[in-house]
Write a new protein. Structure first.
Length: 318
């Protein structure tokens, strides 16, 4: 666990209420703690971790993960947080090269992205494409050209372009779209290609495929998901003197003057308690929206969140 010996006593006026204890809320609380804020973390569920945690399976009386979660080697900031908690990557993850295989009715293809520290990342990826199986040399050229222009290059993309439109405009074959891009990007974005933002998709690809060697590696949890992050982080926060309360659903925000343009949020209310301090809402858009709708000064935020279309996590099966 990270050392707490050099942390000063937080000032009384530096109290922050973090609502939501998913990985975002826990990371926020950790960052604020390092800046000498006193944290009260409120979670509506019985345990911390959000959508990436372990849960007790009552019928079997065992602990199971609430879904399969895979991280990438490109998640450098997250790995730094783990290290600050005293957790080594090798203890909680097994690192594998990115190995992509697809088996369809008419196509069987394989791509392995190996880390080659002595080669530039683009050249290494070009070698992986050449060695891949299941695509024609023409399709390999199309893939390499697209990746060179958009992932390693700075080719601009109009704001409202969808991923499907971009792929077609860039001359990607139907086979590549169906058996390469769609499985990878649906898994990464959890959004159909015809609706997903091309700008955002390219940013995700840049983070994964360009940069440091090992960015494309897959990090597979080797311990229960809760032990990867949520449990050690909550233990660290408690040791640092912060308060973590579960089964505490926030019902409303306390605002100094709800109708004023410069209204200030000064606390939150739950069913049975009231908490005062600065507030961070580490929640999905819809959950935030219900809390801020009564606040006139945040009307623009409410209006923008109405535009979000929330989709469930999409599996991809060929």
């Amino acid at each position: 666990m990270g050392s707490l010996e050099n942390m000063a006593t937080p000032s009384p006026d530096k109290k922050v209420i973090v609502v939501g204890s998913g990985w975002a809320g826990l990371s926020c609380a950790h960052a604020l703690s390092q800046r000498n804020y006193q944290i009260t973390l409120l979670e509506a569920a019985p345990q911390c971790g959000g959508r990436a945690r372990s849960v007790q399976w009552q019928s079997l009386e065992i602990e199971v993960d609430n879904g399969q979660h895979i991280l990438l080697g490109a998640y450098h900031d997250f790995l730094k947080i783990l290290k600050s908690l005293g957790i080594e990557e090798s203890v909680v993850f097994t690192r594998h090269p990115f190995h992509y295989s697809v088996i369809g009715q008419n196509t069987t293809a394989h791509l392995v992205c190996k880390s080659r520290s002595l080669l530039p990342e683009q050249l290494s990826l070009d070698m992986d494409l050449c060695l891949s199986k299941g695509w024609t040399w023409r399709e390999k050229y199309q893939l390499g050209r697209f990746i060179a222009h958009y992932v390693f290059g700075d080719t601009s993309i109009p704001k409202n372009t969808t991923v499907l439109d971009l792929l077609k405009q860039a001359g990607q074959s139907q086979s590549l779209i169906q058996y390469f891009w769609e499985p990878i990007l649906v898994a990464a974005l959890s959004t159909p290609l015809e609706a997903a933002s091309a700008q955002y998709a390219i940013r995700v690809l840049k983070d994964s495929f360009s940069g440091k060697s090992g960015n494309t590696d897959m990090l597979i949890p080797r311990v229960p998901l809760g032990d990867v992050f949520a449990t050690p982080m909550t233990q660290w926060l408690k040791r640092a003197g912060h308060t973590i309360l579960t089964n505490q659903r926030v019902t409303s925000l306390i605002v100094s003057d709800p109708d004023a343009e410069n209204a200030e949020c000064i606390g939150v209310k739950t069913k049975n308690d009231t908490f005062y301090g600065k507030v961070v809402l580490a929640l999905p858009p819809r959950a935030k929206q219900s809390l801020i709708e009564p606040i006139a000064s945040l009307k623009d935020c409410t209006n923008s969140w109405h535009k979000y279309n929330m989709n469930p996590l999409l599996p991809y099966i060929t």
